[in-house]
Design a protein around this ligand. Structure first.
Ligand SMILES: O=c1ccn([C@H]2C[C@H](O)[C@@H](CO)O2)c(=O)[nH]1
Ligand SMILES: [Zn+2]
Length: 138
């Protein structure tokens, strides 16, 4: 499905401006375009107990679920951070993308210069562990 990549990046950048990062100072934004035209966004939110920090990607994906949407509704996902190259999401977020997005959903990785690399969810996490692996008894 076609989508407005510039608008998707703008939404992720706007979310990034809300990032709560007193410890790392590394702000990240994420946005999801849904089939009904809605955008859902997320930023990273840190905590003095470092293990409780949540990445922008998971914040956005969990909000998508909380608002009643599913992977079938997601058209594209975008992540932006202040990196030299388009941002590379962490392993935990790749696993959550595998769970909550479809394998062929485009993920727009970008940076503040708007250098873009588009990869699918499956390309970001090849040979993944998934819910299918839990169906061993069938
Ligand atoms: O793709 C990424 C990489 C890092 N972070 C956050 C986690 C932490 O708050 C800070 C530094 O790792 O950036 C994200 O939100 N997304
Ligand atoms: Zn992450």
């Amino acid at each position: 499905m076609n989508f407005d990549q510039d608008k998707l990046i703008d939404m992720a950048l706007a979310a990034r401006s809300n990032a709560y990062t007193p410890y790392s100072k590394f702000k990240v934004g994420a946005s999801i375009l849904l089939k009904d035209g809605t955008y859902i966004t997320g930023c990273n939110v840190e905590n003095s107990s470092y293990g409780l920090c949540i990445c922008a990607e998971r914040n956005a994906l969990f909000q998508m679920i909380a608002k009643g949407y599913t992977k079938e509704d997601a058209v594209a996902f975008c992540i932006v951070g202040q990196t030299d190259e388009p941002i590379s999401p962490c392993g935990a977020c790749r696993q959550v993308m595998e769970e909550l997005l479809k394998p062929n959903t485009p993920v727009v990785l970008t940076n503040l210069e708007r250098k873009v690399k588009v990869m699918t969810v499956a390309e970001l996490l090849p040979y993944s562990f998934s819910g299918d692996s839990l169906k061993w008894w069938i």
